[in-house]
Every structure is written in C-alpha cells, then in structure tokens.
Design a protein around this ligand. Sequence first.
Ligand SMILES: [Zn+2]
Length: 118
Amino acid sequence: MKIVENAGTMMLMPAAPGTCPICATKHDPNMPHNRDSLYYQVRFQMENGRGPTWLDAMEHCSDIVKEMWTEALKEHGINLDKEKAPTEAATSDVSAHSNNQVKNTSDSKSCQDALNNI
Ligand SMILES: [Zn+2]
C-alpha cells in the first residue's frame, strides 16, 4: 500500500503543456509572470506565505524589461513603488524627509543672509 505523503498539504497540478510552469500562462520566458494568474498566486502563496506583487512577477527579468513593465503598468494606474516592502518604503521616506530638512536649513540660512543685507 502506498503511503500518501504531504497529506493535508495543498498540492498544485502541473501547468498545462506549452505554458509557463510558474504561472501557467503562455508568455515569453524573458517577460514577467502573469501576476493575475490564479495558478501563480496560489503557487506563490504556498512558497512564500504571501501573495505575489508585480515586482515578484518580474523578479527574473532583465533591468530593461523591468523598466518597460514598470512604465507600462504605471500607464495602467499600477505604481510599483507602492508595492515595495514596507521597510524599504519607510527608509526612503526617512531619507526624503531628512533631505527636506537639509533643504529647509539652507533655505532659512539664505533667508537670514538676505535679512542681514537689508
Ligand atoms: Zn510565468
């Protein structure tokens, strides 16, 4: 008798022949996976414990392809900057904030200089 391993673990059927084994969608291997593919979403969730973002879908692509897709998605109202990990976004926010402070400081200094010249 064959013992069933992984009983209770969710299993996925292999993707249909001729389609991408990762997202089960027919696409050029150099192009991003279909993030909206249910197959991809379930598979990614099983492997990573979270749903995929477009950044995950184009992880394997060249920088040029990533750039093209980032622009194309932006035209569809999808801003990939918002899909970055929260910690990354927080870090960039902090640096933007401190840049503003530096700018404000130099602005107020030039303001002081202008006042001194009166
Ligand atoms: Zn794919």
